[in-house]
Design a protein around this ligand. Structure first.
Ligand code: 5AD
Ligand code: SF4
Length: 450
């Protein structure tokens, strides 16, 4: 019988994409996917460190694998991803989870087959974590979660050092893939039936900008080459690609040329995720974000002028050190002005090693929670109001599968990134079909196939 694997992925889309590479490598060796982690011969945990609760969840899930690992002498458990780039985590694994077979970091995913071949359960934990990256690797296998849509990494790492964020330490300096490699990958995806691509990077707006600095190994020089808007224009020409999305964008790097793409390109979805983090200019400065509340609002106005229907979503951190009641009110005011289509709100989480962690003005937990709840209410009211406009609209929906809650229903996404459920047969999965909205709720839309 073929050996089996399971990969548990925490965190962002970059991690999901990395897990598809790891799955591709295992499948190339004949492993088959097993739904139940405890029954698999190989279990990998791809971790996230962006907030503390992701750390906690990881240790909880890992702990549950101890008994199955003990019972099955053939079972291999490996851990990888952002958490492994921190020495304190490696130390904790060595002292409390010494039974883990393999530990590797974000820079050496391409080395996984070699590391995997060297694992032996009798020997102690195999640890290989590099401190800095090579150029982004090309040509690694991939086992895609969906045939009709795919993530495509265009860059990795971040040079922004927002003062709360661990990512620049775990994913390293910014480096971009060469445009010809990205376009070749997307052409191949399109030929394989892929209709939607989401271009991924920590800060896609600065694609192709960061030159080689120590540890970044970038190809970028002063010679003319594509920037992010240029790349989008090329992707837009690829036959078969009907939808282009991207994330994430840093407001400071959102160029006018990029904004113009929303009015210009045929396949670019009218949707942008534009993390604001806070509405207080003072807090934004402490966060090292390089824009003011007014500059952010001006960007939103420009986006809406170029493309009136554009859906805008954001990330907000509540309770950053030093955030006063007045600062928080600025965030509420910004949200009321922008009227986001959706927002991810986070409680500020102390990340060891970042400048904000050392700030003496930490906001008490109770205050953070109270502000968080208030912000959620504000957002909810805005979204409820906005979603009423979806009633009776006709949207093209890319059908992703059967609804998890009701197998008689299909579920998919419209251009604006909203989920639409409707009745229809399985053969529609992977197709883009017109659906009229008959019931518009705040977080979900119900429609009928036309
Ligand atoms: N605490 C809370 N939220 C954070 N984020 C990043 N670091 C932290 C932190 N220390 C949020 C930001 C970012 C999103 C991916 O995670 O809002 O945009
Ligand atoms: Fe973190 Fe800021 Fe870089 Fe985003 S732009 S990954 S929030 S440092």
């Amino acid at each position: 019988m073929a050996k089996s694997y399971h990969i548990i992925t925490f965190g962002c889309q970059m991690n999901e994409r990395d897990s598809e590479t790891l799955a591709g490598m295992l499948e190339a060796q004949g492993y088959v996917f097993e739904e139940e982690p405890k029954k698999a011969d190989v279990v990998l945990l791809n971790t996230c460190s962006v907030r503390e609760n992701a750390d906690k969840r990881f240790f909880g899930v890992l702990g549950q694998l101890k008994n199955p690992h003990e019972r099955n002498p053939e079972m291999i458990v490996g851990v990888c991803g952002c958490m492994m780039q921190q020495q304190r985590i490696i130390d904790m694994l060595k002292s409390k989870y010494p039974w883990v077979d393999l530990v590797f970091g974000t820079y050496n995913i391409g080395e996984f087959p070699r590391l995997f071949a060297n694992i032996s359960r009798e020997k102690k934990m195999l640890v290989e974590v590099w401190e800095s990256g090579k150029p982004m690797e090309e040509g690694l296998p991939q086992s895609r979660a969906f045939k009709f849509k795919s993530y495509v990494n265009i860059m990795e790492g971040c040079n922004n050092f927002c003062s709360y964020c661990i990512v620049p330490y775990t994913r390293g300096r910014e480096r971009s893939r060469r445009p010809e490699d990205i376009l070749a990958e997307i052409r191949a995806l399109a030929q394989d039936g892929c209709k939607e691509v989401t271009l991924l990077g920590q800060n896609v707006n600065s694609y192709g900008r960061a030159k080689s600095i120590e540890g970044s190994y970038n190809w970028v020089t002063d010679e003319p080459h594509l920037d992010f808007a240029g790349l989008l224009r090329e992707v837009d020409k690829i036959p078969g690609i009907e939808r282009i999305r991207f994330m994430s964008s840093h407001p400071k790097d959102l160029s006018d040329d990029m904004i113009a793409c929303f009015g210009e390109l045929k396949h670019l979805c009218r949707q942008i995720h534009l993390p604001v983090q806070s509405g207080s200019t003072e807090i934004l400065q402490k966060m090292n974000r390089h824009y003011t509340k007014e500059q952010y609002i001006a960007l939103v106005e420009k986006l809406r002028a170029a493309c009136p229907q554009i859906a805008i979503s954001t990330d907000i951190i509540v309770g950053f050190p030093g955030e006063t009641e007045a600062d928080f009110e600025e965030t509420v005011d910004l949200c009321e002005k922008v009227r986001y289509d959706s927002a991810f709100t986070f409680l500020y989480s102390v990340r060891e090693g970042t400048p904000a962690a050392k700030d003496p003005e930490q906001v008490p937990e109770a205050v953070k929670h109270q502000r968080f709840d208030r912000l959620l209410d504000v957002m909810h009211a805005i979204q409820e109001d906005k979603s009423a406009a979806d009633q009776d609209q006709i949207y093209d929906v890319l059908v992703e599968g059967q609804s998890k809650t009701d197998p008689g229903m299909l579920t998919g996404k419209n251009e604006f990134g909203k989920t639409v459920d409707f009745k229809g047969g399985e053969r529609l999965i992977g197709q883009i079909v017109p659906v009229r909205i008959v019931k518009a709720q705040t977080f979900s839309l119900y429609g009928e196939l036309l």
